[in-house]
Ligand binder design. Structure first.
Ligand SMILES: [Zn+2]
Length: 394
């Protein structure tokens, strides 16, 4: 990775008194150079759209492998823009010293957005890429930007998720036989249990398994998607000063991912995060029942609720998300948190009263949310996910 003076200047407001050219490490900010573990990506392979997409909305992921989704570039506020690959969205911040990009999504989209940025902002290079979390369908394609040597920034658990062991994955994709690789049968289980919601889309596994071995290693998974590990990580919060602007990176807690970052732009009063709170089912409204795959990704419901509250505590007007064609507000966030609280409380109460899961599915109607998207399809699934969550991940 390039370690030029601009990058050194840009790290954490608290560290600006450090000697010139010396990256400073403090407890919540670790500057790690991991060039030695950079994945080797063949650009020709990387240019093929990955089968992407995880968790939820796998119908879209299946189709993503076959054609180019509609692409859009819209202003959020001031120098902040969103770029869409179908219902998958990146965020772009244009500063006097260059561009910060959150989530390159996949190699094909990354090549498109790179050309788009060069056309719209010809004197600006992408100097930072921030990962909203480690899932391949949002962080694929960083390799496309190698020419401008961007720093890649994320929460520190991303390094563990990308170290060669099987990572935390969305959509209840887990290494069920614990052999360190993923087989088609393992992905078929969540896909068939919750079609269109969990697992992968049709043909996605075959597209990822480029050598047709029937086993995909984590290294293959990352390489096929053009994923590059971060070289700057933090644990709880990090302030990035870049181009005279302040950007805050915040780990909200465990939710859909275990390594999420909420990116906060105080000047514009904008917050960006991906897959939490808006999962891939969200399009034009946050009033949408959560996909709930893997008993809410095996992270305690209390952590999900804590994550909502972490974002709620920020002073912002616009909630931009990695899914959803529009932006949202703090009120939308609060409603989402209340859904989780009502689901948790309703299921916990029923369990305390000795109700079985089957009884809970019949009696817990969550009527307040009857008008929300996926109410008929996901109410019982979400109750089951919450029941298993409270039982197994208290
Ligand atoms: Zn995800």
């Amino acid at each position: 990775m390039n370690e030029g003076p601009t990058q050194h200047r840009a790290i954490a407001a608290e560290n600006r008194g450090a000697p010139a050219g010396a990256p400073t490490v403090r407890s919540s900010l670790k500057l790690l150079l991991v060039a030695g573990v950079m994945l080797c990506v063949d650009p020709a392979r990387g240019a093929t759209p990955p089968p992407s997409s995880a968790a939820s909305a796998n119908t879209e992921s299946a189709s993503a492998a076959r054609f180019t989704p509609p692409r859009t570039f819209v202003q959020v506020k001031g120098d902040l823009w969103r770029a869409g690959n179908g219902n998958w969205w990146s965020l772009i911040y244009v500063t006097p010293d260059g561009i910060l990009l959150v989530d390159p999504i996949n190699p094909d989209f990354a090549a498109w957005i790179k050309a788009e940025l060069e056309r719209r902002f010809p004197d600006k290079a992408v100097r930072y890429i921030v990962y909203s979390h480690s899932h391949w369908d949002h962080v694929g394609g960083a390799s496309i930007f190698a020419g401008s040597h961007p720093h890649i920034v994320g929460q520190e658990r991303i390094l563990k998720n990308m170290d060669g062991r099987w990572p935390q994955m969305p959509g209840n994709i887990i290494d069920r036989n614990d052999n360190g690789t993923i087989e088609a049968e393992e992905i078929a289980i969540p896909t068939l249990e919750h079609p269109g919601i969990c697992g992968l889309g049709r043909g996605a596994y075959e597209a990822l398994d480029r050598n047709h071995s029937g086993h995909i290693t984590p290294g293959e998974w990352w390489a096929v998607n053009g994923v590059v590990p971060p070289d700057i990580v933090y644990s709880d919060r990090m302030t990035l000063v870049f181009g005279g602007r302040t950007i805050q990176l915040i780990f909200p807690g465990l939710n859909h991912a275990d390594d999420g970052t909420v990116v906060y732009f105080p000047l514009e009063r904008v917050v960006f995060s991906t897959d939490f709170p808006a999962d891939a089912l969200v399009t034009t409204s946050m009033r949408s029942l959560p996909s709930g795959c893997g008993a809410f990704d095996r992270h305690p419901l209390s952590e999900w609720i804590r994550s909502y509250r972490t974002i709620e505590s920020l002073d912002f007007d616009i909630l931009a998300q990695g899914h959803g064609s529009i932006t949202f507000t703090k009120d939308d966030l609060v409603e989402g948190r209340r859904f989780f609280e009502d689901l948790r409380d309703g299921v916990a109460q029923g369990m305390a009263n000795g109700k079985s899961l089957a009884e809970l599915k019949e009696s817990l109607l969550l009527g307040k949310y009857k008008s929300w998207a996926y109410y008929d399809m996901l109410r019982k699934d979400d109750i089951e996910a919450a029941y298993l969550n409270l039982k197994n991940y208290p």
